[in-house]
Design a protein around this ligand. Sequence first.
Ligand SMILES: C[S@@+](CC[C@H](N)C(=O)[O-])C[C@H]1O[C@@H](n2cnc3c(N)ncnc32)[C@H](O)[C@@H]1O
Length: 283
Amino acid sequence: MRNSKSQIEKQYYKADIFEDICKKLEQQGVDLNKVSRSDISGVDEFHVQGAAISNEIVNEIYLKDTKVLDVGCGLGGPSRMLADRFNCKVTGIDLCDEYIRTAQKLSELTGLTDKTEFIHGDALNLPFKESSFDIVWTQHVQMNIADKDKFYSEIKRVLNDEGALVYYDIFKKGKEEVNYPLPWANNASISFLESIQLVDALLDDLGFAKLQTTDQTNKAKYSLINSFEKIKRNGLPKLGLNVLMGNSTNKKLVNILKGIEENKIELQSGIYRKKSAFDNKGL
Ligand SMILES: C[S@@+](CC[C@H](N)C(=O)[O-])C[C@H]1O[C@@H](n2cnc3c(N)ncnc32)[C@H](O)[C@@H]1O
């Protein structure tokens, strides 16, 4: 476990991410005293469909003034969106130390330190008491998690009884192996893709009730195709995910698209609540 933990940190680590982002903002003529969330949204939402999908998912849940935990928060873009748009108090947790440092600095840069906090830690051992949050939000993280039982059990433990789990994730479809590298794994040793059906059954076993799921596969496919066309026309974005994935960005994104086109992976967003005593009695 320790071994796979450090491999995951290595997968995502890049030195001086915040400084790099600031340099690129200045090159685009952005005044560092007036940085808005949209100035950095190309880099701080590390999932297929970027900021657009986060902004869409929030329409499905009631969020005003809620306490949110963003598990595997990365650079914290979705956390800042939830804090800024809905006045939520958001805690982000991530295994990658440099991402947490960057997330904190980006919240300072965008004036959102009073509503966001970022903690270096492991999703499999959340440092929070039972029932601490109204919403647990997680996007593109569980693909790195072998012990899905523990991952979702920890989420359930820290959710309050009326709380909801909101996810947007990538799942395995069929039996064929995907091609690497992928954004979350350079090789199969830290990639733990499972099917939607398996995760859904696990959530049910753990005491979650499904409220809704949305197939995101087609939209993800066209979002990737659009990005490739844009890059062909205009070159790499000034401030995009290439800041995090470097030279392997194109290969990794092409492999996700290939996985979708070859029916090896699919994407889904979902909202689950904790089952109540009534659910358990079949009422
Ligand atoms: C693809 S990024 C997604 C980041 C963020 N959720 C977003 O959508 O912008 C996956 C993130 O999951 C984090 N991660 C992977 N395994 C983790 C674990 N066991 N505990 C906490 N974070 C983890 C990684 O460090 C990385 O930041």
